[in-house]
Write a protein that binds this ligand. Structure first.
Ligand code: UDX
Length: 432
């Protein structure tokens, strides 16, 4: 099929490349000409394992193309995906839909024959209705259908998530589009993905409800972890013990720092805001947002206690600062709260992240990037394992046990407390 992805951010680029790899002709469009030229040269704007190889392969075999000409690209395509950002609006919790609406207006100028216009951006319920109104100002309703097809890709796992999704959700109010979309996704359905066909509004809500549920699950286990810390119980036992109940499920029960990233914080807020608009009180999700917001303060307090309130001049090392492993994304990472807190208190902070130096810390006092794990750990009073990169999973701590032994604060519960304690280190984890 001939597809056009508008927006070469995370969703548009990964989906476009994967669709081309499945044999479709795909044009990825972006108004950022520099980005498009870079992509043509194989320069990828985001860090995502496996993406570069797929871009090079499919660009070479000409199934994948890049363009900054929206009009021409839409005209050449049967299916147009809107994949632009929906960040939180300034000074509010609402999603900013200006980019989605602007793209819809542009598309409406180029529809001459029937096209399916799919919204893949995460948008509040009824946005599809609005898109239909915008496009129908220029195009007869016979010539287009607006569909909602949310994505569930995780950063760092996006290609795998695209190829082996648990489900593909297509929300459409007409059966013709449903059939075409089912056929587009048939290579994934034949590998086991469930095809969930719903009305358009339902698909929009499935996306927000999924993210809010996962955020709730993480917040739940984080709060139980707080109780474990007070009662001498290891949260890992609880996660296993409850996760084996199939009604609960074992995934997303890893206690850790506050959840972050580009989706959970933004989408939980946007869902509450949509519900407010419809005079519905989502009290559970409101509590989740609040609990997660307070979590970084809680971890800062625990850190102070571990350091016996003597933070000034302490050498604090961070292993990993991104919000999770396998991404260079810093959005809503809890390190953005923990590191400034320590800097204000006069600590000397060193950090190492496999994705390199972070501009977010440039202006902070006494914060420096180290070039290796070893450089970061050397001479430190406390090591904070903040992100669960594989690089940090087999550190030879024995090497550091001869001289001054740093305290280890393992915020991802990677290490066995007993093994680390046997080496003579003080060990702290989350909920243990
Ligand atoms: C999420 C959704 O998983 C994905 O379906 C959606 O399309 C986009 O948002 P992502 O933000 O990439 O994906 O990361 P995810 O792996 O879901 O983790 C989000 C946050 O939760 C991270 O801060 C992570 O560290 C945290 N997390 C996740 C936990 O603390 N514990 C867990 O068990 C799982």
């Amino acid at each position: 099929m001939k597809l056009c992805m508008i927006g070469t951010g995370y969703v548009g680029l990964v989906s476009g490349v994967c669709f081309s790899d499945l044999g479709n002709d795909v044009i990825c469009v972006d108004k950022d000409i520099k980005k498009i030229n870079n992509l043509k040269k194989g320069i990828i704007p985001i860090y995502e394992p496996g993406l570069e190889e797929l871009v090079l392969k499919n660009y070479k075999n000409k199934r994948l193309n890049f363009s900054s000409n929206l009009k021409e690209s839409v005209e050449k395509s049967d299916i147009v995906f809107i994949c632009v950002g929906t960040p939180t609006k300034k000074n509010s919790n609402r999603a900013d839909l200006s980019q989605v609406y602007a793209v819809a207006k542009e598309i409406s100028k180029s529809v001459k024959k029937f096209k399916i216009i799919i919204n893949k951006s995460t948008v509040p319920v009824t946005t599809g209705d609005e898109l239909e109104k915008i496009i129908s100002k220029k195009v007869n309703k016979k010539f287009f259908s607006v569909v909602s097809n949310p994505e569930f890709l995780r950063e760092g796992e996006a290609i795998r998530d695209f190829i082996y999704p648990d489900r593909v959700v297509v929300g459409s109010n007409d059966s013709r589009s449903q059939k075409i979309l089912k056929s587009l996704y048939s290579p994934l359905i034949s590998k086991g993905a469930k095809f969930v066909s719903t009305k358009r509004r339902a698909a929009e809500l499935i996306k927000y409800a999924s993210n809010a549920f996962l955020a709730t699950k993480i917040t739940f286990i984080n709060e139980i972890a707080n109780l474990c810390e007070k009662t001498g119980i290891d949260i890992e036992d609880i996660s296993i013990g409850i996760g084996l109940d199939k009604r609960i499920g074992s995934r997303f029960l890893r206690a850790g720092p506050a959840y972050g990233g580009s989706c959970f914080p933004k989408d939980t807020k946007a869902l509450v805001s949509t519900a407010d608009k419809f005079k519905t009180n989502l009290s559970v999700i409101k509590s989740v947002i609040r609990s997660n917001h307070l979590r970084s303060d809680l971890l800062s307090k625990r850190l102070s206690l571990i350091l016996k309130n003597k933070i000034k001049n302490k050498v604090v090392s961070f292993l990993g600062v991104t919000f999770k492993a396998n991404t260079d994304d810093m959005r809503d990472s809890s390190s953005l709260k923990l590191i400034p807190f320590l800097s204000r208190k006069g600590a000397k902070i060193k950090y190492y992240d496999p994705t390199g130096l972070k501009k977010e810390f440039k202006k902070l006092k006494n914060v420096e990037f180290s070039n290796s794990i070893h450089e970061t750990i050397k001479g430190s009073d406390i090591i904070i394992i903040h992100t669960e990169w594989n690089d940090f999973k087999s550190i030879n701590f024995k090497k550091y046990s001869k001289n001054k032994k740093p305290i280890i604060y393992d915020m991802r519960n990677i290490y066995s407390p007993n093994k680390i304690k046997k080496l003579g280190f003080k060990y702290f984890g989350i909920g243990r």
